[in-house]
Design a protein around this ligand. Structure first.
Ligand code: NAP
Ligand code: HSE
Length: 342
C-alpha cells in the first residue's frame, strides 16, 4: 500500500470548505480514484476561531505557513486564499519547499504566472489550476489534453459566474443590480472585491489563462478590449428583451491570420442560442479547433462544491502522477507563438 498523499489547504472559505468536505467525506471514493489515500494534513486560516461551513478537526488548523513548509510529509499545498500578495509569497515558498501547488486563483496566475511557473520548473514541481477558469467545468484539461491535437481558432464564453448571475436576475426576475450583486456575494460566487467580477477583470484574467494555453501568448488584461456590466441599465436590458436578445458578459479570443483579438464585453446574444440559455452563476465555453470543429462545455462556473470538484480533480491527478506528465509534455506556461495581439 502506497503512503497517503498529504494535502495542506491554505484558506477554508467558500472553496476551501468545499475541498475539505470532499476530502473528509469521500475518503473511499477519492482514495480509489487516486490509488492511494488523500490525507488532509493541515488547514491554514486567518481566524482559527471562526465558525465554518465544515467542521475541521482542531489539531489540523493552523495560522502558521512555516509549519506546513517544514512538514516534509506534505505533498501538495492548495492555495485557496485569493489575492495576489500573500498568495504569491505562499505559492513561491511552497514550491521552493518542494511541494506541488494547486490553485484556483486566476488573478494570481494572470499577474504572477510567469514567475510561479519558472519557480515550479526550477523546483521540479507542478502547478495545477483547473479551478482557476470556469469553476467546475474541466476546461483546462480539455485544452491541454482532450483537444491537444487541434490548432485552436477561437474561444468564446461566459467566464464569470457573478456577472452572469446579476444579468440573469435582472433579465429574468426583474431584480435591481445591487440586490442581485448582494445575492451573488451571499451565495459565495463573488470575489472578495466584487469590482473584479462586474468590471470584467476576473473574466479577463481567465481569458488570459485560456489564451496562454490555447494560443501560447502572454496576454495581459491591458492588451484586451475590456468592459464590464456596471453601466448596463434596466432599460438596456428591457429594450434588448423586446428585440429578442439578452446581454451576456462574453469573453472572446479569436485568431485572425497572424493576429489574436481578445476582448471581454457585455454583448447582445440572441435568445434561443446556447450562450443565451446559460443562466445564474453558470459558465459556458465554446472552443473551435481545426480538427474537432466546435465544442461546447457548460456548467457551474462558481460556488463551493463545483469549484471544489475541480480542485480535487487536480489533487487526484497529482497523486496518480498524471499531472506531472501533462505539465512536462505540454510546457504549459510557455509562450512560443508568432501571433500578435490585436
Ligand atoms: P474566501 O471565501 O474569501 O476564503 C478565503 C480564505 O482564505 C478564508 O478561509 C480566509 O481565512 C483565508 N485567508 C485570507 N487571507 C488570509 C491570510 N492572509 N492568511 C491566512 N488565511 C487567509 O474565498 P473563496 O471564495 O473561497 O476563493 C478562494 C480563491 O478561489 C480565490 O482565488 C478565488 O478567486 C478562487 N475561486 C473562487 C470561486 C468561488 O466560487 N468562490 C470559484 C473559483 C475560484 P478566514 O476564513 O479565517 O478569514
Ligand atoms: N468570482 C468568480 C465568478 C468565481 O463569479 O466567476 C469563479 O471564478
Amino acid at each position: 500500500m502506497q503512503e497517503p498523499f498529504s494535502v495542506a489547504l491554505l484558506g477554508c472559505g467558500t472553496v476551501g470548505a468545499g475541498v475539505a468536505q470532499l476530502l473528509m467525506q469521500q475518503v473511499d471514493r477519492l482514495g480509489n480514484r487516486a490509488g492511494r489515500a488523500l490525507q488532509l494534513k493541515h488547514v491554514l486560516v486567518r481566524d482559527p476561531n471562526k465558525v465554518r461551513d465544515v467542521s475541521i478537526p482542531h489539531n489540523i488548523v493552523t495560522t502558521d505557513l512555516n509549519l506546513i513548509l517544514r512538514d516534509s510529509s506534505v505533498d501538495v499545498v492548495v492555495e485557496l486564499v485569493g489575492g495576489t500578495t500573500w498568495a504569491r509569497d505562499a505559492v513561491i515558498q511552497s514550491l521552493k519547499a518542494g511541494k506541488h501547488v494547486v490553485t484556483a486563483n486566476k488573478a494570481l496566475l494572470a499577474q504572477h504566472g510567469t514567475e510561479i511557473f519558472r519557480q515550479a520548473h526550477e523546483s521540479n514541481r507542478i502547478v495545477a489550476f483547473e479551478a482557476s477558469v470556469a469553476g467546475g467545468i474541466p476546461i483546462i484539461s480539455a485544452l491541454t489534453q482532450g483537444l491537444a491535437a487541434n490548432e485552436i481558432q477561437s474561444i468564446q464564453g461566459i467566464l464569470n459566474g457573478t456577472s452572469n448571475y446579476i444579468l440573469t436576475a435582472m433579465t429574468e426576475h426583474g431584480h435591481d443590480y445591487q440586490t442581485a450583486l448582494k445575492e451573488a456575494q451571499q451565495l459565495g460566487f463573488a470575489e472578495s472585491d466584487p469590482t473584479l467580477d462586474v468590471d470584467g477583470s476576473d473574466a479577463a484574467h481567465k481569458l488570459a489563462i485560456l489564451a496562454r494555453l490555447a494560443f501560447r501568448v502572454d496576454a495581459a488584461s491591458d492588451q484586451m478590449f475590456l468592459s464590464g456590466i456596471q453601466e448596463l441599465t434596466p432599460l438596456d436590458i428591457r429594450l434588448a428583451a423586446e428585440l429578442g436578445y439578452v446581454f451576456k458578459l462574453i469573453a472572446e479570443a479569436r485568431r485572425i491570420n497572424q493576429r489574436l483579438s481578445l476582448q471581454v464585453s457585455p454583448t447582445l446574444v440572441r435568445r434561443g442560442t446556447p450562450l443565451a440559455d446559460i443562466g445564474g452563476a453558470n459558465n459556458a465555453v465554446q472552443i473551435r479547433g481545426d480538427a474537432v470543429g466546435d465544442v461546447f462545455l457548460s456548467g457551474a462556473g462558481a460556488g463551493m462544491m463545483p469549484t471544489a470538484s475541480a480542485v480535487v480533480s487536480d489533487i487526484i491527478d497529482l497523486a496518480v502522477g498524471r499531472a506531472q506528465h501533462t505539465f512536462d509534455s505540454m510546457r504549459m506556461w510557455d509562450t512560443d507563438s508568432t501571433l500578435s495581439i490585436a
